[in-house]
Design a protein around this ligand. Sequence first.
Ligand code: NOJ
Length: 957
Amino acid sequence: MKIGTAAKGWPVGLVCVAAVALSLALTVDAVKREDFKTCEQSAFCLRHRQFAEAVAGASKPAGIVGGAASGQPASQYSVVPGTVHLDGHTLVALVEQKEDRVPLKFEVSFLAGGSIRLRAQEETPLFPRFDDTQKHTLRGEGRDLPYAPPESLRLTSGTVNGVAVHTVNVTGAADAFSVRVAEQPWSLTYLRNDKPVIQLNSKGFFKFEQLRKCPDGDTPTDGEWEETFRTWTDSKPRGPESFGLDISFVGFEHVYGIPEHASPLSLKPTRGDKDGYDQPYRLYNLDVFEYELDNPMALYGSIPLMLAHSAEATVGVLWLNAAETWVDVTHERSSAISNLFRRSGGAGREPSVSTHWISESGVMDVFLFPGPTVADTYQQYAAIVEQTALPRDFALGYHQSRWNYLDEEDVLTINDKMHEHGIPYDVIWLDIEHTDGKRYFTWDGQKFPDPAGLQGQLGRDGHQLVTIVDPHVKRDTSYRIWSEANERGYFIKARDGSSAFQGWCWPGDSSWVDCFDSEAAAWFSEQYHMDKYNGSTRNLFIWNDMNEPSVFNGPEITLDKDAQHHGGWEHRNVHNLYGMLYHKASADGLRTRESPNLRPFVLSRAYFAGSQRYGPIWTGDNTADWAHLRASVPMVLSNNIAGMHFSGADVGGFFGNPDETLLTRWYQLGIWYPFFRAHAHIDTKRREPWLLGEPYLTHIRDAVRERYRLLPYWYTLFREAGLTGMPIMRPMWIEFPAEKGLFAEDKAFMVGQAIMVVPVTDSDAAQPVDVAFPAQENWYNMRTHDMYMGPARRQFSVGLGDTLVFARGGSIVPTRERNRRSAVLMRRDPFTLYVYVGRAGTAAGRLYVDDGESYEYEDGAFIERELSFANATLVSRPSARTTASAAQAAFAKSMERVRIERVVVVGLRNPLTRATVRAGGEERTIEVSYSGSRADAECVVRDPAVPVGSDWEIALS
Ligand code: NOJ
């Protein structure tokens, strides 16, 4: 949260920052749009958008070649003839603008798996452009990416319709793919099986502002060398260095991703469409107070990853840049394909989505992922960016937060009440008020006299405590963190490059640790060690908030762009990385506080591509209304699409007071967010579940227990996500990629492959809810086991206790069914397997189990089972990833007594009465029973007593 306009222009010396913020927060109204720039107010964005308009329209800036009349796109840039050549796995070319004739070096690198990477910058730059985004984001800091073997590339040159073109064919891949570079104007087309899929600069919007010296004398007025927004002036010492490029997805009608925006899942057009937005999507991490829905404004995080999907293919683009970035989206129902690719007999017109990416600074660095399946696309992304870190088991449980739990007694009362009401939970959260005057790593001694004792008490039932640590450091000579960082010069510097940057945040006058200085980051990580962080124990975990960073009196509530980081880099270059590096430093600190290391848990608000390696994020300060409940679904889905799988929204809504119905419905939805936390603003009424009374309490308890029951399924999904990059919370189209009717669906969603959730998002209980059951498949209501056959649409009346959650026929879902107080207490509990029989009479699933906290799984200390059901027989076998090792054997031994205590087969056509259990060379027969809402709905095998980690079969007859 932040204070918005009121924060600005405060007289220096105004002390009660927080009090002002709080009173403002009482009224929930609209975002202060005037606090944030539009594209027109961001000089480089305006320059590129105007340029694009000129290129697309009649009035062309001087020097443009091509254009509508010539049948070629208009562009100012062409390949310098004779410069195109292959150098190892990279195609190199020089490109120059007709007027300037200062060459840009283009490098198109080919990766194993079919991805390509295009990098461009001046051949001989006047001074270096910032190029460390790759270091902080890519695997191995970008040094050892899996490039294609040079011998798999073949370059041919020729002319097509009078234009010189160079084509690289890649051999050895399953699909024939090639990259074609046209010379004049330059364009790059990615073809699969000779069909254009992704085109760069086919619209001619490429524009690259070359590094230059400030012209003497006159100061240009279009914001190139200085720019003012409201009362702030950006000094722009390096002048303009932005660039823009159009990327078109040929044959696609939907694009997704580029979070974070409070907008629909399928990205709306931002130009030329009356139903779209009139501003581009903005990627610039910002603390937006009371953010507005259905809006392309920037929010707390930025991931420049976009996917395009059609019934035929999925492809992706990663625009690897951490500076302020804007993305225009245009839908072209029937766009002309350039002459270069028109195939004989074809109409030459296809729908496409065209995007225009504009970044303020840095090197142009773009990855194209050719798919063609969703899983392929994520595999290609995962090959270059590490995916979600496997969380601690408790992190998938329920998190109980509010700003603030007042003192130790308050925390313990919450803990007792949770137990009394049978609501499992894992973590209680402490917001900023727990500190001594917003000095992080300290405690308010009156309210928290014995924090270690408190953690000990919570720990008895496996619960954890989270405290908040924000990046602003109170400027106070008596505060150790400030003095140490100050003495060592670890703070971000002001524009002068020498004094520490100063700004306002919760504690008043503050400075910010510069995590781009590896020494400063290492020092900061150490502050989390138990010998430094007084009162912390191994049961304490962390929440990083305000790390966009939020600066109450800064331009757009953040740091000045000309503030300086380690190495002399201006903040403008690194802005969208800052939050991630801060998050990383915190996670590193927790990870290394014990030996052997344990997995950390740190929640962050700001994020970038790669943040998934460090911990979850949440969607910030939402509002307690139905519209925000609805909007949370596409927001969390978009994060998942962009690889930020571990994310969720504040259950209940941060601002305002939800009524009982809204809060109940929000819990029923929130249990399906990968990160499940209830949180509320300090001025809201208390809303812990038992305060609602009946019947709400029962419904909320049921919902939370459903989350806990399914923890084995969730944990398995997280493991998969970490390895494959596949989203956890998935838009419907990911599971049903050919069903066009689902491409824009952003109410219903899937959790993994097996569970479809249709949240109730309306206050009116009389309003029936529409459910579309996709595919030729059976769907089973997860509570009643009533079956529905897809494809079909049905309407359901839903009482407050009813939820619309369906298991997909053909899947096997592992659960743990004993009610416990926390996830940690479930570690030795037996499993129940649900087999949801598919239309073909079969089903499949997976179960992953490890110790829930250490890194021993990296040495093989896990159990991973492939479960399959066919011919009325359920079989458990080790997964291909299971390999024999000492660690594996030790873990398997520790799990010897953990068994499958029940198997429930749902949807058997013929009632079967006996189960033959084969395990360990022995065979036993047990009776089976039927239960459920219909006599033949469920076949229950009680206690087959097979250990979870061993091979077994259960045959029904
Ligand atoms: C802003 C965060 O978004 C919110 O969750 C938190 O409660 C406040 N800051 C106070 O720390």
